[in-house]
Write a protein that binds this ligand. Structure first.
Ligand SMILES: NC(=O)c1ccc[n+]([C@@H]2O[C@H](COP(=O)([O-])OP(=O)(O)OC[C@H]3O[C@@H](n4cnc5c(N)ncnc54)[C@H](OP(=O)(O)O)[C@@H]3O)[C@@H](O)[C@H]2O)c1
Length: 294
């Protein structure tokens, strides 16, 4: 049995389906049985609860050979950092209590930095918690920016006719499909062919700028001249808050984009065949076109 946290999310759902495809028994963890119904119908065991509840999570991890460990991002929590700290502590405690021997944890590039990286600092803290576990083989996955983040742009395109963020328009960034992360994670969880600590940077097929991504999204949504607008930090924070996200989250997000712009988030040894993954943005963008027009 393999446990998957965040099994209704971008990476977790794809991981759970990959494992079921391979005939692996899966325990899908999340807060809503409805959102996990596709997995239940395929035979997955469901564990419904909050990862901040250590007793629940340790029970959900009981007897599993491996788990995918995902630190949730509650974008509306007013006490964003504190909430994530509680969830991270609980996840580490539950893994320790249940004695799971193989853990694949989703993190991010930039966790080598000790300050100034906003949201990435929460993932750094989680890496450090998991690294303190004894007798656990830990694989840390470090992507940069998911293609799926652009799904949030659809509403902004509809309402304002732009794509906006804090990242410099012409800054090349490694962007990746969540499904590529899932492939790596599912393979590791199934084979468990590593011991100790392994770190894998995952950079997608190529670096891409927000201006390039916006152009491709514009073509797919029928707005060939769709502009990308770089917002200053204060405007970015206000826009995110106006969209219902907490100020605590928005500030962390803005600090992360500033870190990208300052070149603070870099792969250890540049792009290599080992950290390059196959799914292209073109493949994703046709899906975004369908969502926009659907
Ligand atoms: N987006 C990026 O560009 C990027 C880049 C690098 C790293 N990351 C990291 O990737 C992670 C997010 O991964 P993702 O995109 O695959 O997930 P996601 O789509 O954001 O979904 C989050 C998942 O976690 C579950 N969840 C949320 N809060 C929970 C809680 N308190 N207890 C139990 N389950 C909970 C959600 O299910 P329910 O709501 O149904 O409970 C859902 O399945 C974050 O740690 C983020 O920092 C993201």
């Amino acid at each position: 049995m393999i446990a998957v946290m965040g099994a209704s999310g971008h990476t977790g759902r794809a991981i759970a389906h990959r494992l079921l495809d391979e005939g692996e028994p899966v325990r899908a963890i999340g807060r809503s049985a409805d959102r996990l119904d596709d997995l239940r119908r395929r035979g997955a065991d469901l564990a419904i609860g909050d990862v901040a509840d250590t007793t629940f999570l340790a029970g959900a991890l009981g007897g599993v050979a491996a788990t995918y460990a995902l630190l949730p991002t509650d974008r509306t929590a007013p006490d964003y950092v504190e909430r994530q700290h509680r969830e991270g502590e609980s996840i580490a405690a539950a893994i320790r209590r249940s004695g799971v021997r193989h853990v694949v944890a989703l993190s991010a590039l930039g966790t080598d930095r000790t300050s100034g990286t906003g949201l990435i600092l929460g993932l750094r803290a989680q890496e450090l918690r998991l690294l303190r576990l004894d007798d656990t083989s830990l694989m840390i996955l470090r992507p940069v920016s998911f293609f799926e983040n652009f799904l949030d742009a659809i509403d902004v395109i509809r309402r304002h006719g732009i794509v906006a963020d804090g990242v410099s328009p012409d800054l090349p960034l490694p962007m990746i499909a969540a499904s590529d992360i899932a492939d790596v994670a599912a393979h590791a969880l199934r084979t468990r062919a590593w011991t100790g600590v392994e770190v894998k940077e995952l950079l997608g097929p190529r670096d891409m700028t927000w201006r390039q991504a916006t152009h491709l999204i514009g073509m797919a949504t029928g707005h060939p001249d769709l502009p990308y607008v770089q917002l200053p930090a204060t405007d970015l924070i206000d826009a995110l808050v106006a969209d219902g996200l907490s100020r605590g989250f928005a500030e962390q997000y803005a600090e992360m984009t500033a870190a990208f712009n300052a070149g603070l988030v870099q792969p250890a040894n540049g792009r290599t065949p080992a950290n390059t993954t196959p799914t292209t943005f073109d493949a994703f963008v046709s899906a975004i076109g369908s969502v926009y027009h659907g």
